[in-house]
Design a protein around this ligand. Structure first.
Ligand code: TYD
Ligand code: MG
Length: 451
C-alpha cells in the first residue's frame, strides 16, 4: 500500500508546502500551516467512482428523521427542538465551565432509551464514575471508553453502534497517521472531520467537546465550526453559578436561542425563568440602574443595565461596555451629548449588563440611555419601571419587535410600568400594566426625572 502523502497547508490562504513553516510564504501569516493527509485519489480525467444515486426531492421520506429530546428543555430549545440524528454538535467553552457535566447529565437522561458511548481522553473512567455518582447517574446503557486514538474510537463506534456518541474532548484525540501532536490544528481538523463523516454515515449524533483558549484561536474549536452542523457555546462567569448555552451556528434551528442553567452541588439545573435570576438582588433607589426587556431568541428576558459616569482625570476618558456593543455605546453617548446637551467628554463611562448576558439588539438602547442619564444626573429611576426602545441618531425612539411578549414578561415579573416606543403602542395589548408611549429621549428623560 502506498504511503499516505502528507502536506502542510496554510489555513488562511491554502498555500501548500512539504515542510512545516512558521510563517506562510503565501500570505505572511504566522502559525497557520497545518498538517493534512492528501488523498491522491483525485486525478483529472479519472473515471468517476460509483456513489450515491440522486433522489427526487419529492420522494425523500423524513418520517424517521425525528429528533431525540435531550431531557433538558433549555438544551432542546437551543438545539432547535432536540438532537437531529446523524448531526455533529460541537460544544465549546472554557475549561471548567461544565461541559463534561452537562453532557454526562444529558447522557443520564437519554440512557433510558438510548445506548450512549462516552469517549473520554481527559479523565479516567474512574473519574467519570465518581462524577456520575455525584450526579446520581448509574445507567448500564452508558458506556465509557477511555481512548485517545481516533482509529480505535471509530472502530468502537462501528462495532458497538451506539445511538449517541460523546467525544470529550477533541483536543485529546490523536490521529496516528499525522505526525503533529494532539491538539494541533491539523490533528483537530482531521479528527473532527472523520468523526463527522462517521456520524453521517451511521446516522449517529456526535457531541464533540472543544476547549477555547483565551484568544479563541489556536486549535480551539473555531476551525471546526464550519465542519459541524451545530456549534454551541457554554459560558458563564467562573465565580457565579449560572451558565448560559447558546448556539452560534445551527443547521437545524435558530441561533438566537439561549438556555440557562445553574451549577449546583448535584450538577446542572435548568433555570426556567431566567428573568428572575437576572434581576434578583438588584439595588433599589440608587442612580445608574435600569431594567430592560430584551428578546433572546423566542424568549423575552429582563436584564439589569448599570451605568457609572464619573469625572475622569485622563485626557482620553475611559469608555467601557460589558455585555453591549462598544460602538453602540459610543453612538448612544454621542446622541446624548448632541440631543440632551449632556457633556460627557470629561467623564469616564462604564456600562455593564449584570449577570454576564450579552445584549445584541437595539431594543435595549433606551434602557442604556436612561441608565447613563441616571448616573450622570445622580438621580435614581423608579424600580418598578422597565424600558423598551431603539434610539436613533436624532434621539427619536423607534419601534421594536415582539412588544407584547416583552410587556407580558415585565408584568409577570412584577413591574407596574412599561415605557415603550409610541410606534409600538397600538400593538401593545397587555392591559395589566401601565404602558407609556414615548417618541424621543428628551421627552422620556423629562418624564422619568421630573421635578
Ligand atoms: P466540568 O464539567 O468538568 O467542566 P469542563 O468539562 O467544561 O471542563 O465542570 C467542572 C466544574 O463544575 C468544577 O469546577 C466543579 C463544578 N461542579 C459542580 O459545581 N457541581 C457538580 O455536581 C459537578 C459535577 C461539577
Ligand atoms: Mg471536561
Amino acid at each position: 500500500m502506498a504511503k499516505e502523502k502528507r502536506m502542510y497547508i496554510c489555513q488562511e490562504c491554502g498555500y501548500e508546502s512539504l515542510k512545516w513553516m512558521g510563517r506562510c510564504p503565501g500570505c505572511s501569516q504566522w502559525n497557520t500551516m497545518a498538517e493534512e493527509v492528501i488523498d491522491k485519489g483525485i486525478k483529472t480525467g479519472a473515471k468517476g467512482r460509483e456513489g450515491n444515486t440522486p433522489v427526487s426531492l419529492r420522494t425523500i421520506d423524513i418520517a424517521q428523521e425525528t429528533r431525540h429530546s435531550t431531557g433538558f428543555n433549555e438544551l432542546n430549545r437551543v438545539l432547535g427542538g432536540g438532537i437531529v440524528k446523524g448531526s455533529a454538535i460541537l460544544v465549546g467553552g472554557d475549561p471548567g465551565i461544565g461541559k463534561s457535566t452537562l453532557l454526562l447529565q444529558m447522557a443520564g437522561k437519554l440512557a433510558q432509551d438510548l445506548k450512549i458511548l462516552y469517549i473520554t481522553g481527559e479523565e479516567s473512567i474512574k473519574q467519570i464514575k465518581l462524577r456520575g455518582e455525584r450526579l446520581g447517574i448509574n445507567d448500564h446503557n452508558i458506556f465509557i471508553l477511555a481512548e485517545t486514538d481516533l482509529n480505535a474510537m471509530l472502530h468502537q463506534i462501528q462495532e458497538s453502534k451506539p445511538d449517541l456518541v460523546i467525544v470529550d474532548s477533541i483536543q485529546t484525540v490523536y490521529v496516528p497517521e499525522l505526525a503533529s501532536v494532539p491538539g494541533s490544528v491539523g490533528q483537530v481538523r482531521e479528527a473532527a472531520g472523520r468523526l463527522v463523516r462517521t456520524a453521517k454515515q451511521y446516522s449517529i449524533p456526535v457531541f464533540i467537546v472543544g476547549h477555547v483558549t483565551k484568544q479563541g484561536a489556536l486549535a480551539g474549536p473555531r476551525i471546526l465550526e464550519h465542519m459541524v452542523d451545530t456549534v454551541l457555546y457554554f459560558e458563564g462567569e467562573r465565580y457565579q453559578s449560572y451558565r448560559i448555552i447558546r448556539s452560534v451556528k445551527n443547521r437545524f434551528g435558530s441561533t438566537n436561542e439561549i438556555g440557562v442553567f445553574e451549577m449546583k452541588d448535584e450538577g446542572l439545573d435548568e433555570v426556567t425563568d431566567p428573568s428572575r435570576l437576572m434581576i434578583e438582588g438588584r439595588p433599589h433607589g440608587v442612580p445608574g440602574t435600569v431594567v430592560v426587556c430584551s428578546l433572546k431568541g423566542t424568549r423575552p428576558m429582563l436584564v439589569e443595565i448599570q451605568a457609572l459616569i464619573s469625572l475622569s482625570n485622563l485626557a482620553m476618558p475611559r469608555r467601557m461596555a460589558t455585555g453591549i456593543d462598544y460602538n453602540r455605546l459610543s453612538m448612544l453617548l454621542a446622541v446624548m451629548e448632541k440631543r440632551l446637551g449632556m457633556q460627557m467628554q470629561g467623564q469616564d463611562a462604564f456600562v455593564n449588563v449584570v449577570g454576564g448576558l450579552k445584549i445584541d439588539e437595539p431594543a435595549a438602547d433606551l434602557g442604556i440611555v436612561i441608565a447613563v442619564a441616571s448616573s450622570f444626573q445622580n438621580r435614581p429611576v423608579e424600580g418598578n419601571t422597565t424600558f423598551i426602545g431603539e434610539v436613533g441618531l436624532t434621539g427619536e425612539i423607534r419601534a421594536v419587535s415582539s412588544i407584547d411578549k416583552r410587556i407580558n414578561e415585565a408584568r409577570k415579573m412584577g413591574f407596574t410600568k412599561c415605557i415603550i416606543p409610541e410606534g409600538n403602542k397600538r400593538q401593545a395589548k397587555d392591559k395589566g400594566i401601565d404602558i407609556v408611549g414615548v417618541t424621543n429621549i428628551r421627552e422620556t428623560l423629562d418624564m422619568v426625572f421630573k421635578g
